[in-house]
Design a protein around this ligand. Structure first.
Ligand code: EPZ
Length: 424
């Protein structure tokens, strides 16, 4: 096991280059199951989740070659249709192979997904979507088993008890590309990563309209051809580094990002008092300050404030000049990092799905533990802004979604290093 040892109090200054979006790369990799030809994907981030999904694709008869952000996926066989538990338990996004396998191989046997302990991760919308497209779907011994000799287009309402679903929208959209007839996805997720997947599929010959709105229309085609595609930048990584720059009262040039995907976060950060300048179509300059104004934020589906930046924002608000309230509307248990931040001297009270954050003057370094990917990123930001040395345990959570985070932070002047630990 590894931990990150961080000495807080150092300003972050300089340039950071944002990697390709994890949550675009994963569904696009899964979509390669729809295509027999070679698929080339560029700007792929080198993450644990990408490695895990590559293993799954190899189990499913693909040959995956990945080096220096370029991934080539070739088809060896289309026999196997089973995504086994020992792989899917590591990554929630493994559920995204359900739609492509069903559409291309007429059958899919996918173990219930694992993923972060950020709340129940139901898959009812995925199952409902496959059934509407004509599949028979049953759940047996922890596996979703879906079969259909032929998929036919239908009307899928993606509104669940908790709003829409990003990967369920992606799953239905992928399956619909090879269904007979037209599929309409109502209340579709509008995240940029859904749009990126749609653009990839269109480049492979799919007929998709309305991606990026809440109504996506897919006209089925006979088959899809191979293509070469470049993944969008990771808006959550970019937001994470902007908040790290803010926390340390630094000055950070965030390059290779897509500012248009960060409109609402940038509005919030500016309201807090940070100086955020969009210098060009792929560059943002953030200038921090000693103390920030408190804000009230609710996490909602895109284009509102993303749940995946909630922990990182909370870290900065722990030292704001007043009381802030963050309301988490997407996941039911996504405040575990708050208790760890309190160990650093923060004053956060959890009340249902709201976190009340009373700004304090200082945080102090101490050992804290990551419980999930973005919570771990939030704790790194808190430690960067704390006095003295602290450490983050269970760094493997962070490695799932951030490429060489300590290297990128060190280049900005952070005092951070990765060390082995017996503590799990
Ligand atoms: C995607 O997860 C992202 N992961 C998550 O990022 C992100 O937090 C989430 O969307 C919300 O933006 C990927 O894209 C790989 P959901 P996903 O289905 O699709 C409920 C990260 O840190 N729901 O949009 O799994 C669910 O319980 C990860 O990179 C159902 O009710 O999330 C939740 O309350 C964490 N039924 C809400 O929808 C379903 O069938 C949103 O979940 C599916 C979901």
């Amino acid at each position: 096991m590894y931990k990150l040892v961080i000495e807080g109090g150092h300003k972050l200054e300089g340039e950071v280059y944002i990697s390709g979006a994890k949550n675009a790369a994963l569904p696009i990799m899964a979509a390669s199951l729809l295509i027999e030809d070679d698929v080339i994907i560029n700007n792929v981030p080198n993450l644990e989740d990408v490695k895990t999904l590559s293993q799954l694709l190899e189990r499913l008869g693909k040959k995956v070659e990945f080096s220096d952000k370029r991934m080539v996926i070739r088809t060896v066989s289309e026999e196997n249709v089973e995504a086994p538990y020992e792989i899917t338990k590591k990554i929630r996004a493994s559920i995204a192979v359900l739609g492509p396998l069903l559409a291309k191989r007429k059958k899919a046997k996918v173990s219930f997904p694992g993923g972060c302990a950020i709340g129940p991760r139901p898959v009812d919308l995925h199952i409902k979507g496959m059934r509407i497209l004509g599949a028979s779907v049953r759940v047996e011994h922890g596996y979703i088993i879906a079969e259909a000799q032929k998929l036919t287009g239908g009307l899928v309402n993606m509104l669940g008890t908790n709003g829409t679903s990003v990967v369920a929208t992606e799953n239905v959209m992928m399956a619909a590309t090879l269904a007979e007839g037209t599929t309409v996805i109502d209340n579709a997720a509008m995240e940029p990563e859904v749009v990126d997947l749609a653009n990839f599929l269109i480049k492979c010959g799919a007929k998709i309209k309305g991606h990026g709105t809440n109504t996506i229309v897919v006209e089925g085609v006979k088959n899809l051809k191979g293509c070469e595609y470049e993944i969008i930048p990771d808006r959550i990584e970019a937001g994470t580094f902007i908040l790290a720059g803010m926390m340390t009262n630094g000055e950070v040039l965030v390059k290779n990002c897509e500012p248009n995907h960060l409109t609402e976060p940038i509005r919030v950060f500016s309201e807090m008092g940070a100086s955020i300048q969009i210098l060009s179509k792929d560059t943002v300059l953030v200038k921090g300050r000693e103390r920030y104004e408190p804000v009230n934020v609710t996490t909602l589906p895109y284009p509102y404030f993303p749940t995946d930046l909630q922990a990182q924002l909370m870290a900065v608000l722990t030292k704001a000049r007043g009381i802030s309230i963050i309301t988490e509307k997407i996941f039911q248990n996504r405040f575990m990092h708050a208790y760890e931040m309190n160990r650093l001297g923060a004053d956060i009270t959890i009340d249902g799905n709201s976190a009340i954050i009373k700004g304090v003057d200082k945080l102090y370094g101490a050992p804290v533990m990551a419980s999930d990917l973005r919570g771990g990123a939030g704790l790194i930001i808190a430690l960067l802004g704390a006095e003295g040395v602290g450490e983050l345990l269970r760094v493997y959570h962070v490695d799932r979604g951030y490429e060489k985070i300590e290297d990128k932070l060190s280049k900005l002047g952070a005092k951070i290093k990765r060390e082995k630990t017996d503590l799990i």
